[in-house]
Design a protein. Structure first.
Length: 171
């Protein structure tokens, strides 16, 4: 396939300066680019963790908690351990567990086991969870914790500041 470009010259005994441009390589390149962009668009959807803002921050005007609020699962990633528990603001913690940090990092398998216990119990139909991290915790550790929560079935992840968690693990 080619396109002929007529430059209007070539009269009066001179050679023709018409040029044939081959469009096949250009079409091949464009079809490859379109396929690549479509595939990467799907990958960006698969590789995301949806995080919803939750909790009450110092800038939020929210009504005080009431007695009929359901308990929340809270996860706090601190520098030396991962705290997991559930409870309400008004009733306090019902169950809290501390998973100490090992020499090679946080024990995400133990976090998954604790969350599976909660998922089999009172939170069998719930999908929401709140996660917070202290300042010195790395981004990779936060994402690892979010991956564990989503893998267990809590896919409505709310990432908030530690002061806005339902439970206060450290006093």
């Amino acid at each position: 396939m080619g396109v002929s470009v007529d430059t209007g010259g070539g009269g009066g005994g001179r050679k023709s300066v018409d040029v044939d441009i081959n469009l096949v390589p250009f079409i091949d390149m464009m079809s490859c680019l379109v396929a690549f962009l479509l595939i990467t668009a799907v990958w960006t959807n698969v590789a995301q963790v949806k995080v919803n803002p939750k909790g009450v921050t110092k800038n939020t005007d929210a009504p005080p908690p009431t007695e009929d609020q359901p308990p929340n699962i809270s996860v706090l990633i601190s520098q030396d351990s991962v705290w997991v528990g559930y409870g309400t603001v008004t009733g306090g913690p019902v169950d809290t567990r501390q998973l100490k940090k090992k020499a090679d990092g946080y024990d995400m398998e133990a976090l998954g086991v604790v969350l599976m216990d909660y998922k089999r119990g009172e939170f069998a139909t719930r999908r929401d969870i709140e996660i917070a991290a202290e300042d010195k915790v790395t981004y990779e550790d936060i994402i690892d914790a979010m991956d564990v929560t989503v893998g267990v079935g809590f896919d409505d992840v709310g990432f908030i500041e530690p002061g806005s968690l339902t439970l206060r693990f450290k006093q």
